[in-house]
Design a protein around this ligand. Structure first.
Ligand code: SAM
Length: 286
């Protein structure tokens, strides 16, 4: 069994397969032995769960997930990593590696075909930084029933994603994520925990899926349009940002904001999540 946090063993393994890190695929592998057990532990309490992992690299997190959960399916885009990870997980009979781009994967088929005998399915990953938001939104928008997502992302992205409504850090992404679930920051991971070391620190976050907000929204398209309009002109007040972004007359926006009991001079970052729901529902039902 390999110790994938032992830098000497990792270098030897990579040399054996003549592997070169690809910056464009966001390849920074974890070498801090505390990180992956903690991620796996916080991913789910149910050992009868299945886990879909994105970007296993050489398998350092995969191995920890396989120790705890019934089934692990890992999706890796880089074919050069296939012989390496197939070697590092060769002793584990509950792991399957698939060479595919996560953004092209039919998530419903994967859950049906691979996890049919698991109690629930979670996502766990150290995400490539270059497409963090795309991957998170792809999973949320096409979610066939994942119960949670525990992912490592760049620290600044974590703060944006988990920002509470009504704070300066909130934005279109934090609102969009709250439509699908509740995000929270779990723990920080320093840049020296990786090979090669990136220029930024990281954070592990968890999004617990939750239908409550979705159910309160009459039309999701209207909701996302309101969020985008309000935040795309975040320095402007609501009257102006919504009127420009939604292409609705100011007098009509005034009427809508009045019904929602909202001051015209508020800005997006001062609104609660429910305010966005109310605005979009009033626009939809009026
Ligand atoms: N899990 C490993 C670890 O923690 O050491 C590697 C994490 S590394 C930050 C991201 C991994 O995602 C790389 O192995 C990279 O090749 C893979 N990757 C990048 N884009 C991907 C995509 N679209 N679909 C699947 N895997 C991808």
């Amino acid at each position: 069994m390999f110790n994938l946090c032992d830098i000497g063993q990792v270098k030897e393994l990579l040399l054996k397969y003549n592997f070169k890190f690809s910056k464009s695929l966001g390849q920074n592998f974890i070498i801090n032995s505390e990180v992956c057990p903690k991620m796996a532990e916080m991913c789910s309490e149910n050992c009868e769960s299945g886990v879909l992992e994105i970007g296993p690299g050489i398998g350092v997190l995969t191995v920890e997930l396989a120790k705890r959960f019934k089934k692990v399916v890992s999706i890796e885009i880089d074919k050069n990593l296939m012989p390496i990870i197939n070697e590092t997980v060769s002793d584990l009979n509950n792991v399957e590696i698939i060479n595919e781009d996560i953004l092209k994967l039919n998530l419903e088929n994967i859950v049906k075909d691979k996890f049919y005998d698991c109690d629930e399915v979670s996502i766990c990953a150290n995400l490539p930084y270059y497409i963090t938001s795309e991957i998170i939104m792809y999973i949320l928008e096409n979610n066939p029933g994942f119960s949670s997502m525990t992912v490592m992302v760049q620290k600044e992205a974590a703060e944006r994603i988990c920002a509470k409504p009504g704070t300066r850090q909130s934005g279109a992404i934090s609102m969009a994520i709250r439509y699908y679930g509740i995000p929270k920051i779990l723990f920080n991971v320093g840049r020296n925990s990786f090979i090669p070391s990136p220029n930024v620190d990281s954070c592990v976050i968890k999004i617990e899926m939750n239908d409550k907000n979705k159910k309160a929204i009459v039309n999701s398209n209207a909701f996302f349009k309101v969020v985008r309009a309000a935040y795309s002109k975040r320095r402007k007040n609501l009257l102006n940002s919504l009127s420009i972004g939604m292409e609705i007359d100011k007098s009509k926006i005034k009427e809508i904001l009045n019904i929602c009991n909202l001051d015209f001079n508020l800005r997006a970052e001062q609104l609660k999540f429910d305010d966005f729901i109310n605005i979009s529902n009033v626009i939809e039902l009026k």
